[in-house]
Design a protein around this ligand. Sequence first.
Ligand code: DGT
Ligand code: CA
Length: 576
Amino acid sequence: MKNKDVADILERMGTLLEIKGEIVFKTRAYYKAAETIAGLSEDIETIRKEDRLMGIPGIGKTLAEKISQYLDTGKMNAYEELIREVPEGLLDVVHVPSIGPKKAKLFFDRLKVKSVADLRKAVDTGKLEDLPGIKEKTIDNIRRGIKIVQEGQERMHLGTATEAAEEFVAALEKLPQVKDIVAAGSLRRGRETVRDIDILVDSTEPSKVMDVFVHLPQVKSINAHGETRSSVLTQNNVQVDIRVVEPKSFGAALLYFTGSKDFNIKLRQIAIKKEMKVSEYGIFSLKGGREKMLAGKTEEDCFKALGLPYIPPEMREDFGEEEIFGGGAKFCAPALIEQKDIQGDLHVHSTWSDGHNSIAEMAQAARTKGYQYLAISDHSPRLRVAGGVSPEDLKRKKKEIDGLNAKLKDFHILFGTEVEIDSDGNLDYNNTILGEFDLVIAAIHSGFEQSSEQLTKRLVKVCQNKYVHAIAHPTGVHLGKREPCHFDFKEVCAAAVDNNVCLEINAFPVRLDLNGANVYHARKYGVKFVIDTDAHRADHMDFMKFGVTTARRGWLRKEDVLNTLSYNELMKHLRK
Ligand code: DGT
Ligand code: CA
């Protein structure tokens, strides 16, 4: 499907036109079209073949022609013309946090900045200081922004990594030579960001596996092509390493290449104390000066040989080490939450704010997932860019939900909101309105730059609001775009516990907020959680798996998470 490519080029057109200074009406048309096409379930090439492009909402004759040309030739003349005027490198500049189209244009016009590298040079040589409207604080923000972008380029988010790994695994697992195949490394541990993908294959015929691997269509270039290990770069510049090991060592290799590095070091220390050795080939006894293989076939065998309980991959991080290896009583791994425990999603959007699907469509998708309930938690009016729901419209929205609920059997739509928290910690709806909702999730979307004291005060005040059930994406992190904001985490957790407010694990892959380490600590302070996708389209509800992984990284069990409750239990809890 070329849908994503078409959406990408339209999105880039919109941004370049915005930098050029085109009217909002025109740039919006490109953004809208890009979003719509990205969300289509039907193949755009089929639509084009059947001459139905203009049947897509927001696509008129001119856009349809441009899309057809792109599908036929792989190029769009309008785009090619545009990048002669506005260099493509500005697309990266514009996405540096705190820059945007206006500043990108200013830097280009005045300083000939055409890329992020140019921008960094301009910052380092003090060239920005003389420009109108550029204060010292702005330059500090740009410097930080460049750093975040660089980190974002070095590490992809879990969603991208999962997708890339699944493609390779799907292509290779079909081979008769492949007995087992697993993507190990930070991806298997569910880390929020991943540098490269480490695939492990159980096979006795490595050369065939290597051959197929390096010639897969998604491979752009080959870094190494060996007998049992190879490394490639994909079309999307993701590095994928592969190793083939023999069946008798597959478990040991999986353990080793899953990491983390710190976790491996701990295992090695334990082994030394017991006159044993751990390597990627197995667990060996060294007693009496003779090396004897004790385990290696499965990970379970390896843990057992070391005298340890099985530790799930998500828990193999340094922040849990003390508990696992700290000595004292033998460690017992908690029964971690699983995706099947989730009974509903409590934070999704509909067309009432900035979502792409109607309430009915979202509910249908949630039912198909086997959920018992879904809370439609649209934005409140203060978040204008997201078309927050006005108090008058809330009445109509409620009516629509009541109407749908009357018709639905064994499924419940909750009347929810993602209400804005203002800079003083007040909410965007008054108490009368807040009292009408089944579920109130409070969220910060602005004022991240406040001091830690201010932010802490703000969040504590929100917890103390008796209408609030949860705080959405608490740190505001946007991977590759915005750092988490700083507040007194312990104090906010304490306020959440005291007031029976949950903290959200937002499963949207660019957020994953709270992250695994945050969850680990918050759980120790007694916090309860909700795991939500923040879906803006029906298919975004598939992100739940990333939220569950993050919860497992924080050692959560089913009972730590509100949306594992049945509908009746949940409603009892919400009517606090
Ligand atoms: P990443 O790729 O930065 O997101 O993180 P990982 O954990 O996937 O790290 P990577 O790809 O460098 O290595 C994969 C695993 O291999 C790692 O989690 C543990 C193991 N490993 C790699 N290098 C070493 C090492 O020098 N010592 C030990 N003990 N283990 C290592
Ligand atoms: Ca890796």
